[in-house]
Each structure stands twice: as C-alpha cells, then as structure tokens.
Design a binder for this molecule. Structure first.
Ligand SMILES: [Zn+2]
Length: 91
C-alpha cells in the first residue's frame, strides 16, 4: 500500500476509534498520530487533518462527514485552527 492510501485508511480508523487513536505513522512508523476535524456544526461536514507529531507528515482530507461524537473546530476559527494544526508536509 502506498503512503497516501495508508493515510486515507488511517482516516477510517480514526473515525471508528474516536476520541483517541494509537496508530503508527505511515511515513516514519512512530505511534505519534494526531488529528483534528474542522467544519460546520449544522452540516457536520468539513475536513480532517491527520499528522504525525514526530515527522510532521500528514494528510488533509476535505469533504468529510464529521462523526457525531467527534470534537471539531468551527471552520471560521482561523486562529484556533492555526494554533492546533501544525504546518505538516503532505505524504
Ligand atoms: Zn511520522
């Protein structure tokens, strides 16, 4: 499986295991995965960022459904989002 596919697979694992995830990073193999949903409460849609706090690789997946029990940031809280989600590299 290529790295991109592994990140997408991880998105499914995260949605199924909220609120925590302990998975290995597809890029470096360390169990340092963090994630954040961002979106709108009314629609419960938005995007999901998943990244590794060790190597700062990750993925941004847009157009996701936010699970009912997921914690998410409102998408207009730009400063909060910037603080929460590091500037990671794709892949
Ligand atoms: Zn990593």
């Amino acid at each position: 499986m290529n790295t991109k596919k592994m990140w997408f697979k991880l998105a499914g694992v995260i949605a199924d295991n909220l609120p925590t995830v302990s998975q290995d990073c597809p890029a470096c193999g360390q169990a340092k995965i963090d994630f954040q949903y961002v979106g709108e409460k009314k629609a419960m849609r938005g995007f999901l960022c998943i990244w590794c706090t060790s190597c700062l690789h990750g993925i941004h997946i847009s157009g996701v459904r936010i699970p009912d029990h997921a914690e998410f940031l409102p998408k207009d809280q730009v400063e909060l989002i910037k603080k929460r989600i590091p500037n990671f590299k794709a892949g």
